[in-house]
Design a protein around this ligand. Sequence first.
Ligand SMILES: [Zn+2]
Ligand SMILES: [Zn+2]
Length: 361
Amino acid sequence: MKTKAAVCRAFGKPLTVETIDLADPGPGEVLIRTAACAICHSDIFYLDGAWGGDLPAVYGHEAAGVVEAVGPGVARLKPSDHVVATLIRNCGFCAPCAEGAPVFCEEVFPLDRNTPLHDSAGARIAHGLRTGAFAEHLLVDQSQAIAIPKDMALDSAALIACGVLTGLGAVINTAGVKAGSSVVVIGCGGVGLNSIQGARLAGASPIIAVDVEPMKLAAAREFGATETINAKSEDVRERAAALNGGRKADWVFVSVGAKGAAEQGVSLMKRNGATVLVGMPPSGVMAAIDPGWLAADGQRILGSKMGSARPAIDVPMIVRLYREGRLKLDQLISARYRLESINEALASSRSGAALRNVIVF
Ligand SMILES: [Zn+2]
Ligand SMILES: [Zn+2]
């Protein structure tokens, strides 16, 4: 079929909105009419070439929409179902899937071997982030599409696919924060705010938010931070300890993908504490950490990929919490853009001024 998509033809250059070819759903695959796709910083890293990858490509991986058609063997979903579409393609049977870590699924799917996207001249277009959702339609494996209630707004639902799974999951799944634990969250964008609301749901106290943008620190308070620190004007180490009764934090979540943020995170955890690295820097970025201190202080550094999410469990949980009024989604949306204005939306996301910008179809 034909569909309209925003195609990246050169790293760091504006996207071009083109009519492209999208393959029909094969066995186990689901064709979705995209309703909304939010812009995540991973899209921007890919669009800027920070992580390499093949071009041309269609990125976009924080999406929700309506099932239009299903391929052979899809029993769980049917046309007209509303779904959240994630990049977490998983088989359910390999060793990581059996361990409950589907983000590390080892299965190679037909969609991994052959892109479903081609341009009008017949040339291959990479299926960016296994989703390709900056497009009016997208094709994914059925494991990537999780049904949600039909009366839920699809632009808010789209945010669940990456930012909410990642931020909330880092706290609830990767760390398993206990009530009363002290938490610092570095970076209060679309992912960090969800770590903050995860910490609130877990009963953490205090919840200290760190950012350089006053607007994001105000949002952090709204999402559950009990204290905020402006890293531009305040000494973060001193303030974070002062706000926690003179002690360093049990848990530090670093949602900013940068060397300085990772190093700062490590400096804020207590002895016997842990730092969870959530944001991913460009490839090749190294951070300096003193292994002697780490060993002597019995500290841990954990990576958290996609919030250690198990989409089939976590997406319905997030939807429930949202509908109970215990988790915010709508307030994460800074602005909505049409696909034709995607370059404007990307510029706004790059500037750091937005929580989440959403492309609506
Ligand atoms: Zn993402
Ligand atoms: Zn698997």
